[in-house]
Design a binder for this molecule. Structure first.
Ligand SMILES: [Zn+2]
Length: 250
């Protein structure tokens, strides 16, 4: 059974009582947008409470879970599941679709504690997986340092740290790295210059140890990272420069 209805943006299989999935796309014809952490507005299609919108309203009435597909870029979707139709606004012809855990928050103004909780959940369930997916896709699922190619052992490393206010989960703030190079980058054992040259910490370069140190780290010194093919997805030179300054200062 197809999970997405690409032309309508809402998938209502005949055999089901309620909607199976909706597509949220920032550039689509409907103003689908994230209105709060983990909550998206989904505008009704033309036709009022009938047609495709009826099963969407029924999904709310029946309290069933649906899938929200976020269109990250052409041909790349993130499945948000389980999600719920948490609120129906008939007058203004839209629904709010939320992460299941946050469904109870969607119909009132959240308190400061609730908002903090929602941000935490949205980061884990939405932004981090999307960041990883976008970055691994951009780097053709290989470590930008050593070309290792198994997704299970690859991460999306932040250039500007996640904990900083400007550490956005955007593809230009990421690099695909294997576990060891990611950890080495985060701890400043390994740096990347704004012109994509790999540098290994001097102390580490002078150390004598086994094959991981020799082949995995020391031999990477002064090599070039493998950047994404698309220039729009390459790591930000400004971010790399700021991060490399911190690496050099150690
Ligand atoms: Zn690697």
């Amino acid at each position: 059974m197809p999970l997405i209805d690409y032309s309508r943006g809402i998938r209502n299989p005949q055999a089901l009582d309620a909607t199976l999935s909706v597509v949220s796309s920032a550039d689509g014809p409907y103003s689908d947008e994230q209105v709060a952490p983990g909550v998206w507005r989904y505008d009704f299609r033309a036709g009022g409470v009938g047609g495709d919108n009826r099963k969407l309203i029924d999904a709310h009435r029946l309290g069933v879970t649906i899938v929200l597909f976020r269109k990250l870029r052409p041909n790349l979707y993130q499945a948000i599941y389980p999600a719920r139709v948490a609120h129906v606004d008939l007058e203004n012809a839209y629904v709010l679709v939320s992460l299941e855990e946050l469904a109870d928050l969607a119909d009132h103004e959240p308190s400061a504690v609730e908002r903090h909780w929602a941000e935490y959940i949205a980061k884990r369930r939405v932004h981090q997986p999307a960041f990883r997916g976008m970055v691994l896709k951009a780097y053709d699922t290989q470590c930008t340092v050593c070309r290792f190619k198994h997704a299970e052992l690859l991460d999306a490393a932040h250039i500007t740290a996640d904990s900083e206010a400007t550490g956005d989960a955007v593809v230009t703030n990421g690099m695909a790295m294997c576990k060891i190079h990611h950890a080495a980058y985060d701890r400043d054992f390994l740096g990347v210059t704004p012109d994509y040259t790999i540098k290994i910490n001097t102390d580490l370069l002078n150390e004598v140890d086994g094959p991981m140190l020799k082949h995995g780290l020391q031999e990477m010194h002064n090599l070039q990272i493998q950047p994404p093919v698309r220039s729009s997805e390459r790591p930000s030179k400004e971010r790399l420069a700021a991060r490399f300054a911190a690496f050099s200062a150690r």
